[in-house]
Design a protein around this ligand. Structure first.
Ligand code: NAD
Ligand code: TYD
Length: 351
């Protein structure tokens, strides 16, 4: 069936994998990728599909309500898959306002535009909001986040995402907007901006630079390969039930320090370095303020009801990821310019 789908944030990490998947798998869908191209957005991420007939890119800001309204008037979108966001916890600690503006106000602008354009024709429309497991707060040693876990966000990033989730559900209950929310665990893979742990570690090993591990490295994250997340969004988009939320996770918990050591081992091997040489770069640094101890997802709802499950083992996924960063020097050098240098200095060197 033909559809016009607005994907927001499609030039970022997860968004670019999602756009590629939809453009290649669904030639009847027209994918309109709206992205502001902040420091995290990068059109190189989609170089391979930019000429496809069912793909178009629009540069724009979701916080600009007049522009969003005009865009919804220009295209009769059948669906929105909303990924655009400020996404990095450390940046949210340093400066929360862009998170409030983009993640909350930007989301409400999209909800308002969808509501006004879809009035009376809501059947077969869908607003799919991509969110995070961080809205649930921090787990102790045991337990998993389910769709029933109470929201308890603890960083400006997670609070802004939790707020946007509440807005999405409010538009559903109050205005009957057809919405679904997915809450996913930590993604890894190609094209992730190297401010996040895994690409930062690979890049620092390559450059023989210290590997900063916050606190004692005991915090735990549940990692999922980005293409598995894109596949989950695909399944939720096509089979999910309106008004529901779905947790997405890899059943793959790692303590940060163990993960960093594993990346050292894989990367040393790829670079032909002596085993153990990169572990010497590990440096324990001041902990992140309010650092959540553990995230872990119970994904039984999506696996049981929609038939999705993660397909990439961590061993394979990490190896592919390390290879990608080492082999894509042009991409890496492109993002290691102005903004990254000043961010890195402020975050790690001037403290
Ligand atoms: P990212 O930072 O790599 O990409 C975000 C994209 O949004 C960028 O291309 C950026 O240019 C764009 N953007 C930012 N502000 C915008 C604005 N005002 N208007 C238009 N575009 C704007 O983020 P990501 O890691 O790909 O995450 C995508 C989504 O998935 C986010 O909503 C995030 O909260 C969610 N999520 C991420 C993870 C993760 O591990 N990365 C896990 C779960 C959920
Ligand atoms: P990150 O990739 O920023 O994702 P999130 O905070 O959304 O989980 O961080 C993953 C984990 O790695 C988190 O516990 C913080 C930790 N971390 C470090 O120890 N050092 C670093 O330099 C970074 C960026 C993260």
């Amino acid at each position: 069936m033909e559809k016009i789908i607005l994907v927001t944030g499609g030039a970022g990490f997860i968004g670019s994998h999602l756009v590629r998947r939809f453009v290649n798998r669904y030639p009847d869908y027209s994918i309109v990728n709206l992205d502001k191209l902040t420091y995290a957005g990068n059109l190189l991420n989609l170089k391979d599909i930019e000429q496809k007939k069912n793909y178009s890119f629009i540069k724009g800001d979701i916080t600009d309500s007049a522009f969003i309204d005009e865009l919804f008037g220009r295209y009769c979108f059948d669906a929105v898959i909303h990924l655009a966001a400020e996404s990095h916890v450390d940046r949210s600690i340093d400066g929360p306002m862009p998170f409030i503006n983009t993640n909350i106000t930007g989301t409400v602008n999209l909800l308002n535009a969808a509501r006004s354009r879809w009035t009376g024709i809501q059947e077969d429309k869908l607003f799919l909001h991509i969110s995070t497991d961080e809205v649930y707060g921090s787990l102790g040693d045991r337990g998993l986040f389910t769709e029933e876990t109470a929201y308890d966000p603890r960083s400006p990033y997670s609070a802004s995402k939790a707020s946007s989730d509440h807005m999405v559900m409010a538009w559903h209950h109050t205005y009957k907007l057809p919405v679904i929310i997915s809450n996913c665990s930590n993604n890894y893979g190609p094209n992730q901006f190297p401010e996040k742990l895994i690409p930062l570690v690979i890049n620092n090993i390559r450059a023989n630079r210290n590997i900063p591990v916050y606190g004692k490295g005991e915090n735990i994250r549940d990692w999922i390969y980005v293409e598995d997340h894109a596949a989950a969004i695909d399944v939720i988009f096509h089979k999910g039930k309106t008004g529901e939320t779905y947790n997405v996770g890899g059943n793959n918990e790692w303590r940060n320090i163990d993960l960093v050591k594993l990346i050292c081992t894989i990367t040393d091997k790829k670079l032909g370095r002596k085993p153990g040489s990169s572990e010497k770069l590990i440096t324990f640094v001041k902990d992140r303020a309010g650092h959540d101890l553990r995230y872990a997802i119970d994904n039984s709802k999506i696996t049981g009801k929609l038939g999705w499950k993660p397909s990439v083992s961590f061993e394979k996924g990490l190896e592919k990821t390390v290879n990608w960063y080492l082999e894509n020097d042009r991409w890496m050098q492109g993002v290691l310019t102005g903004d990254y240098k000043s961010y890195y200095r402020k975050q790690y060197l001037d403290r």
